[in-house]
Design a protein around this ligand. Structure first.
Ligand SMILES: [Zn+2]
Length: 877
């Protein structure tokens, strides 16, 4: 039976040509367990490895495909219970390697043994990359999404979860870390040392991680039910900078365990700082962070930096459950990892540090992503993956922030406790395995009273932002809301607004003495909703209670006016931010004039909550970029000075004794605004003095304002300041300080200096991973908006020589966005002509180019429609 079956299958497989897979490996051969042996000498540019993969062959075959990129494969053998077969390597294009055997291998267990060599990534921060920090070299890994294949041949898909056992051969003076603790270290006759790590729990390839170099450790104690040991891992000599991280990782772990009801799943947790790595990565048991996120000299640490670390850490640590313990089955469900980690991070911060009031910052996240979701080239949260480019695109703001906001909405709809039970059930059921969106929605559906799968799917599987319009109908003692929904589209959009969702709409309403809250599910294009608790006609209605809904609201005019009266006193703080965000968005839809939006700024600029002031500033600055003609800039500056000037001068640059964090954070929004755009020459001059003081002594200026005084000084600055910044770089080793200097260098408004600053990008002595702010910087000034595109067009070859292709976190895919700030159709044509032939160089570029072109076109249309109302408004100031 078996033989007969074998013969048939072998004929079939032998007749098939050695065509590599298009995208996925298929299921005929599955990995069961890996033993990975790497020789990693950070001073060298290459490494060597040997990997043994126990596999389960489900269909007899004479050819096995694995993922491998840019690896030189020296030797491949397959060991079965009856034979050892040498394999011939079949070329598999960029992403695959095929191993052809002289005879058909029967179904069953076997072991693949592969010896190979590879190159360290010396320009980027993906795969195995090397970095010099101080006088020392380090090697780190970054494998998500599909870069593990550049470090070892493997089954590089998230659905293949197996144990991994890692052995490293390193310099005797170096230290190595990986997902698990070191089991043994022994000297070798070669003069190197052998470091053997314990076998991991089942992990997909993208979560395997390591770091090698003269690393140092800070003990961060233990946390959680299993007393998990915590460490911060730093480059040599940086232990003192790990203080804040070492304090907060433990409490965050406790918060997460309490919510999930499952102990932290791995035997240890290291928090590793990797210089120049952008962002952070949730590798199981070894979370890696960009150095400026995790390390800072306590004497130079700022509120923003500390809160930023806590937020990123909570996100990455939430992944240890959501992503690592339960892993997305395929990249189309990466939102299950990312949206959840973002949502969980926000939840942890709200509970752990209520005084930070992060729920208000969540509104900015929501508002920003709604802006991106209005274009027709936006992705869906759950987008089918057809190419490698789709994998790269999947890590966008739609996945993270729209996903987070939609989860928040449905959590509120279900009730927090029911939702938590659903999450816990899901994690328990799929622990150590993979799961899909359907699995997750089933788990939620099994605990709640509301059916959630249908409504949730309408947000998951279609792009766009709903626009809910609201009219109030009163009849005697009853009141109804007439609700309509359509897709919110900016003026000039080519999309169709004829689209519906199943939207949980929650409203607060009342009169001067009472307030009620009710929710309904809007499932049709329009509906009349009788307000259950209304005993008379409400005088006001807030149709997005607590700002939890993922939709924009358009009110009939008198409802909007009552809502906003007296600085929105009927609204909660979060609702004031929601309402201002809606108004800002409706200017691009064309339902509200930008001049009318500007007219609302003064009353909200005086709000006691800094993030409401921030919303007023967003409207003010948003108008400036595209809608203020140069002859009216003096009027604009007078308006800014009139509205924000007094507050800015009261605050000044210097913190008053005993001043709290809220005032400190407000300062960095208002004072720079007035210094640069609000006739605040004296504030700009003081900023320059402070910036020069900081350049001379890095501990002499309040850390909370360092970034602001440096950028204000550059925005208003001259060649002398440019030279001062440049001269400070060679003597500055600290990554935080260097980051501040680079960001300042990229902030000059003087076109001549901004040009000189961009030229620095091409200098061989500047590491592109660090000097990147110089490329984007000028786009923040409308007068310089063309510079990034023009510079890229002129120097494309030199630039791409510095940007290696990577699968997900290569900066290259974002290059088309360098034209996105342009605002006329002629420029759109130039951007298209230049980038269209180049989209294949970096996966993901195609969609980014489409978005960039759409932004340019929409900007031109909105400008034509809205500029007259802004001109009219400014003429009066
Ligand atoms: Zn994440």
């Amino acid at each position: 039976m078996l033989k007969h079956f074998l013969a048939l299958v072998s004929l079939a497989s032998l007749t098939s040509a050695a065509e590599p897979p298009k995208l996925r490996l298929g299921d005929d051969v599955r990995p069961v367990r890996y033993r990975l042996d790497l020789t990693l000498i950070p001073q060298q540019d290459t490494f060597s490895g040997a990997v043994e993969i126990d596999i389960d062959i489900r269909k007899p075959t004479d050819l096995i495909w694995l993922n491998a990129r840019d690896l030189k494969i020296d030797d491949v053998k397959l060991v079965t219970s009856s034979a050892t077969l040498a394999a011939k390597v079949e070329p598999g294009g960029k992403e695959f390697a095929g191993f052809a055997f002289p005879s058909v291998v029967p179904a069953g267990s076997a072991t693949l043994r592969i010896a190979y060599r590879g190159d360290f990534n010396t320009k980027g921060t993906s795969a195995l990359f090397k970095i010099k920090e101080g006088d020392d070299w380090y090697v780190y890994s970054q494998f998500e999404s599909i870069d593990a294949r550049q470090a070892f041949p493997c089954f590089d898909e998230p659905g293949f979860k197996t144990p991994w056992q890692l052995t490293l051969h390193i310099n005797p003076q170096d230290v190595a870390v990986s997902n698990t603790a070191v089991q043994s270290e022994t000297p070798e006759s070669s003069g190197r040392k052998k470091v053997v790590f314990g076998e991991t729990n089942p992990l997909p390839s993208y979560l395997v991680a390591l770091g090698v170099g003269p690393l140092e450790f800070v003990d961060a104690g233990q946390a959680g039910r299993n007393h998990t040991p915590l460490r911060v891992v730093t480059p040599k000599g940086k232990r003192a900078q790990a203080q804040y991280a070492a304090q907060v990782v433990g409490p965050i772990l406790d918060e997460l365990e309490n919510y999930f009801g499952i102990p932290y799943p791995y035997p240890k947790l290291d928090t590793l700082s990797a210089p120049l790595m952008p962002g952070a990565m949730e590798n199981a048991g070894l979370i890696t962070y960009g150095q400026t996120i995790v390390l800072c000299d306590p004497a130079e640490d700022s509120i923003d930096r500390q809160r930023g670390f806590a937020s990123v850490a909570a996100h990455e640590m939430a992944h240890q459950w959501f992503g690592d313990l339960v892993t997305t089955a395929w990249w189309d469900d990466i939102w299950l990892n990312e949206a959840f980690a973002s949502w969980m991070s926000a939840k942890v911060l709200r509970h752990w540090k209520p005084e930070w009031n992060t729920i208000l910052s969540e509104q900015n996240t929501r508002s920003n992503v709604m802006g991106q979701d209005m274009v027709v080239s936006a992705r869906q949260i759950r987008q089918p993956i057809e190419t490698i480019g789709d994998i790269a695109n999947a890590f966008d703001n739609i996945t993270y922030s729209k996903g987070q906001t939609v989860i928040t909405m449905f959590e509120s709809w279900m009730g927090e406790e029911a939702f938590q039970r659903g999450v816990q059930r899901y994690l328990r059921q799929y622990s150590w395995r993979n799961a899909t969106a359907a699995d997750f929605l089933d788990s939620l559906g099994s605990v709640g009273s509301q059916s959630i799968a249908r409504p949730f799917s309408t947000f998951l599987n279609q792009p766009g932002v709903p626009l809910v319009s609201v009219k109030l109908d009163c009849d005697g003692s009853s009141a109804s809301l007439h609700l309509n929904q359509k897709r919110a589209l900016p003026m000039g959009s080519t999309g169709s607004s004829n689209q519906t969702w199943q939207i949980p709409v929650c409203a607060r309403y009342g009169d001067d003495s009472s307030s009620y809250r009710d929710c309904t599910l809007l499932t049709e294009a329009s509906a009349d909703w009788k307000l259950p608790q209304a005993k008379s006609c409400p005088t006001w209605v807030m149709a997005n209670a607590d700002g939890k809904g993922y939709y924009r609201t358009s009110y009939q005019p008198d409802l909007l006016n009552t809502l906003l009266a007296n600085g929105g006193r009927r609204l909660s703080t979060v609702e004031r931010i929601t309402a201002l965000g809606d108004i800002d968005a409706l200017t691009s839809v064309g339902e509200i004039k930008s001049g009318d939006a500007l007219a609302l700024v003064p009353q909200f600029a005086a709000d006691p909550e800094r993030r409401v002031v921030g919303s007023a500033i967003n409207i003010t600055q948003g108008v400036y970029y595209d809608l203020v003609p140069s002859d009216l800039r003096p009027n604009y500056s007078r308006f800014v000075a009139k509205v924000f000037g007094e507050r800015a001068r009261q605050l000044g640059w210097a913190a008053a004794p005993g001043e709290g964090p809220e005032t400190r954070l407000l300062r960095t929004r208002i004072v720079p605004l007035v210094a640069v755009w609000g006739n605040g020459r004296e504030l700009a001059a003081e900023a320059r003095q402070l910036a020069e003081k900081w350049l001379a002594d890095r501990k002499s200026v309040d850390p909370d304002i360092v970034y602001s005084v440096l950028t204000v000084s550059a925005q208003t600055g001259d060649e002398a300041f440019f030279k001062l910044l440049l001269a400070a770089l060679p003597g500055t080793q600290d990554r935080q300080q260097r980051d501040n200097i680079f960001r300042a260098l990229g902030s000059f408004y003087d076109p001549h200096i901004a040009g000189a600053s961009m030229e620095l990008l091409l200098k061989p002595d500047f590491d592109f991973r660090e000097s990147l702010p110089l490329l984007f910087g000028p786009a923040s000034n409308p007068d310089l908006r063309r510079m990034p595109f023009d510079f890229t067009r002129k120097n494309y070859d030199a630039l791409v020589a510095k940007i290696p292709p990577g699968s997900t976190f290569s900066f290259g895919e974002f290059l088309p966005f360098l034209g996105a700030n342009l605002c006329d159709d002629k420029s759109a044509a130039e951007v298209k002509e230049f980038f269209a032939p180049k989209v294949d160089r970096y996966p993901g570029s195609q969609r980014n180019l489409a978005q960039s072109l759409e932004y340019i076109h929409l900007c031109a249309v909105v400008k034509a429609a809205q500029q007259p109302s802004v001109e009219e408004f400014l003429h009066k100031h």
